[in-house]
Design a binder for this molecule. Sequence first.
Ligand code: URA
Ligand code: ZN
Length: 369
Amino acid sequence: MKKILINNTKNPRRLFSSKRASIDVHTHMYLPKYMEVLKSRVDVPYVRTINDENRLVILPGEDKETTTAIGRPIGKEYYDVNSKLAYMDKHGIDISCISLANPWLDFIEGDAAENIAQELNDELQGMCEESNGRLLGFATLPVKNHDACLRELERLKTLKHIKGVILGTPGAGHGLDHIGMRDILAKIEDMNYMIFLHPHYGVGVEHYHDTGHALFLALGFPFETTVCVSRMIVTGALDHVPNLKLLVAHAGAAMPSLIGRLDSCVAHDYAIASNLQHSPSDYLKRMYFDAIAYSGTNLKGLIDHVGSDRIMFGTDNPFFPPPDLAGDEDVSSAIWPSTEKVYHTINDIDDNVLVQKILRENAKQIFDL
Ligand code: URA
Ligand code: ZN
């Protein structure tokens, strides 16, 4: 296993001593091995040097976008573990559960998918091991190779810092509710792993032209997650895996706003309702959520729907960087307004016990830390 040099670790005894002392469950990296893959590609997703600047082009159709420059600058904040630790120190984050950023291995098939998944997960495990307790990981699965997913899950049992897997909404290509995913989900349930469910492709993309990334990320991302979770509920897929732990990105996306309507529409469709063991809102109450709502009102709405025990601090770092953070500049001193916004919306909750739960206590309990 290749060793990653970490030069920034806090004394583990000082963990949880600061005022914030949060645990970040939604934070990404493009691991060095994945950067190699992105740099070697000509089709989206890829990393390309344009005018001396490395640019990341990952979103579907992003290379055709004409209203903004292609892609976005990609610097150390995306791939360097010491930058991640410096960012964590700056923002009072004691522990981060790192996941590979989208689009994971969705575009790689066959043996290559299996080999790269192993390398990425070993790299992640190695980084966590070196971090003095600061880092945990959600592993990546070779989703386009079904049998390799099962083998990799089995192998992950030996990687002690891995707490679950990150999955995109399509799974192997047909959705997480597709029958082809059933034994993979069952194995994940059996291992008591968390699935971190994350969007990448967007839903309603045909409506977002001439709007850069703004509508794709603000609407397309959460709609995609919402469709995926709703399908898993309504098709009965979740009844096959009643103990599956699902961490839904972006504060449950649009689920909290639409769950009442989903309950009502399902109840009025007898064929669907009679097939399900619970109402949609009951399935939602079993799921887990990050606190990335960017709105106190919405976060409180999520708490109203699912209670306060299943919501955990998250940042989506290194996405949504400060506007002046460009490329490879020193990232260790920057304050990230997007991260500060998450803290503000949590601190807006008028109940200190609940705030502490969301910042760290829930994650400690859920991940057995
Ligand atoms: N957040 C992510 O996780 N991925 C993106 O591509 C953009 C925002
Ligand atoms: Zn994310």
